[in-house]
Design a protein around this ligand. Sequence first.
Ligand code: ADP
Ligand code: F6P
Length: 323
Amino acid sequence: MKRIAVLTSGGDAPGMNAAIRAAVRTGVSLGVEMFGVRHGYTGLIAGDFLPLGPREVGGIIERGGTMLGSSRCPAFLTEKGQAAAVRQLSQRDIGGLVVIGGNGSQSGGHALSLRGVSVAGVASTIDNDLAGSDVTLGATTALDIALEAIDRLRVTASAHGRVFLVEVMGRACGYLALMAGITGGAEAIVIPESEESPEAVATAIREAYQRGKSHAIVIVAEGAKHDADALSRYFTEHAERLGFELRVTKLGHVQRGGAPRVFDRLSATLLGAAAVEHLDAGRHGVLLGIVAGNVTATSLSDAIRAVKPLNAHLIQLAHVLSR
Ligand code: ADP
Ligand code: F6P
């Protein structure tokens, strides 16, 4: 393959830059001319390409975000948008596309591969809701950031004997909340995969105080039916009966913008390189991820259709450890 382009799409994730760097340098080493596409599918439709060589991707491995920019692009969901994207690639004689992004972005990659484009995806989203990789790029760095915040909140919660609700991201997936809750020592975890009523959460907090705890941390997934707003409303309405003081922190985009930690840098490097190697060898229509410690290619159609369940044992363990 003579020419390959790389794009980043959807929510940015720490590690995307490391994946771009590895893809470009691997491509150049194989004699491929490499291009970046600015702002994901928006730039692909508009023909916003830039040539990338080894120097253009220097000094980015340690940076969060994406040097190429990202976007959510409704126009790409249409026939017209996808046809325009294919045209932009073929006009430049670009034979392969590396798509670095989450489930939506890989669905876009699959749509392109059905239109004859050779696509290799790199599983990348802080939400870890994409099959084909045990842990997607960015998720562990986002967790480290959430943990730093939770550790600090625990200090002040303890000083005042308060309850802190901490809402973490994750879209409809409770992975970030579950893992942050387990590793942050939460007294209760609220996730969409195992919904609890507000009263059950209140009971868990009351029992924590009765067992002698001086404070409580509740980690809430943004996708839970009873998210931080809903729980806060309930606890405020019933404040007198429940008898504890509550503070709410939504970590929001803070979790997304950090510098990638070692696991994300290394995984991104392995996956970015593997994506270009696959395209160069004529293996396409695949998503590159890490499964059981190994770089693994899963067909894009399987990856985007599969549901990635949370580990039921960890959900159970979280209950045991919160006591
Ligand atoms: P992520 O990749 O992080 O899951 P999104 O779900 O926002 O983020 O998807 C990113 C972009 O991918 C969307 O804005 C859209 O352009 C494209 N996309 C999402 N779903 C599809 C789909 N089913 N078919 C084609 N393109 C899609
Ligand atoms: O998919 C990554 C993510 O950060 C989700 O956790 C969150 O729900 C969403 O993106 C936020 O999207 P935006 O940055 O478009 O507000």
